[in-house]
Design a protein around this ligand. Sequence first.
Ligand code: 0RA
Length: 653
Amino acid sequence: MTEEQINSNNGNYSAENIQVLEGLEAVRKRPAMYIGDISVKGLHHLVYEVVDNSIDEALAGYCDHIEVTINEDNSITVQDNGRGIPVDFHEKEKKSALEVVMTVLHAGGKFDKGSYKVSGGLHGVGVSCVNALSTHMTTQVFRNGRIYQQEYECGHPLYSVKEVGTTDINGTKQQFWPDTSIFTEIVYKYEILATRMRELAYLNAGIKISLTDLREKDEEGNYKQEIFYSEEGLKEFVRFVDSSREHLMNDVIYINTEKQGTPVEVAIMYNTSYNENIHSYVNNINTIEGGTHLAGFRRALTRTLKKYAEDNKMLEKAKVEIAGDDFREGLTAVISIKVAEPQFEGQTKTKLGNNEVMGAVDQAVGEALSYYLEEHPKESKLIVDKVILAAQARVAARKARESVQRKSPMSGGGMPGKLADCSSKDADECELFLVEGDSAGGSAKQGRDRKFQAILPLRGKILNVEKAMWHKAFESDEVNNIIQALGVRFGVETEDSKEANIDKLRYKKVIIMTDADVDGSHIDTLIMTFFFRYIPQIIQNGYLYIATPPLYLCKKGKTEEYCWTEQQRQKFIDTYGGGSENAIHTQRYKGLGEMNPEQLWETTMNPENRMLKQVSIENAAEADYIFSMLMGEDVGPRRDFIEKNATYANIDA
Ligand code: 0RA
């Protein structure tokens, strides 16, 4: 139901009421249409949707503290110290404004809050959707010295808004119990919520967001809790994202201004790596496909740096033509803008389309950057020298690529000799297995279904691209084999572009298959790093997977069972174990090579039985930080992360 329908439906209370119910029923019938999906993402999206309303209140200047709590029973409470949702009688809807907000789709935006609505989750569906998808929801408003309350079941009010007490605070408190019959995943993950709350705190300086998990206590009996607060906003965000890299200079180039009515905030750092990492946001939404704001930023960066270098006669000795990409090697930046009526385009609706924004960002960045360069000659020289180095490396990369394409040991059709291709040419059904080691590769070749499964064995650890210049990657056999087998091309748009083109992608499932041990996990990470930095579209489109070979084969007499977890193994032992001599009948598979081709097919490759883990990027800035941390020089943070997240480190210890 659209807002227009609600508005034109003057006065007819009962008819209107029915329509409202239909609106929420629609959400329950097709939840994915409103919140993206009904698994992990959708479940957590409910929290974001509620928090976004409080963020809006904060951006309007009336709230500076938001408390998010995961309760013991896995319900969520969000409380803010804003003005409180209005509770007065809504003339058009003939009910309390609070009830309208909670039960009418998209009703939130109808209030004039004295500032444009800049927040709103990607789907921006409003709190009524959360209500519709919750078996129970309780809303309390602290306002005018009173506490008002209403409760709902699946979006339907249980009673009219009532007063339940007095108070000396202001704000809104929401508690909801997600409907476990709708969601396929029903347990909240602390880390997922923490990542988004941390991001929101950086994006909205001055707002304190606390996250408490009442399901978990530490040794001292304290609940797990973090408080996210950023005084300096993006300036701190960019430092966090870049904290594992070696900086070219210490300064953060920081811009916080408004151009043509568009608030523009940008933070820039240069590091000694060879990657470009730009994270862009519109109204707190991560625009992973970029758009006009990103285009404006790049244009200003290229133009301003080029002009500075030329004016100071710094390019003459370089002897190479500088291209746009060269200015962004080793650049980490976060761009956050607010747009009153954003137009989102692209496959995942995360590409900003508003044309007027390009000029605003271009102007803001151009002015601030040229000022910075003039004021900081020492830092400016470091940047320009790095740009020249990037240009020279880029020319070397092109030569390496060309020579690979000429001399490479390709079999017919330009494919690497080690690739055992499948017979189908339909990318939609084709799968490429990247397999650790030649011996496992051999088993996989024998065990596979050759119609749609192709095998590319990789020798040991592939190059750590996090630390390597681009031309080194193109000189590596393993990297080249992957690129060739996939049919991915670089330098299509412009000859020297680092952007991968996947128009001719030959497989829409790329499956990393490595041993179930620490080394295997390391190889998984190296390969994921390669895709994340070089061909991120493969991850963004959901084409990258990790195979999960079993950890154990349990045997008792003629009974054989594969087990993927310690619990499954224990269950087998409990069921069949008997005497103590029988209990040790489990075999720990460490290498894929220990399975014969039939076993490998049955457990790990056969689409009927196998379990694949799809690689996705929940949060690009966090992923950027984690990859650089895992692959970087600093041992401390890496050890902490592995201790917290490792699967095999514990089993094998
Ligand atoms: C509309 C108008 C006013 C406040 C809000 C909405 C509001 C909504 C939410 C949702 C979560 N927390 C919130 N806090 C405030 C202001 C009305 C007024 O006092 O003039």
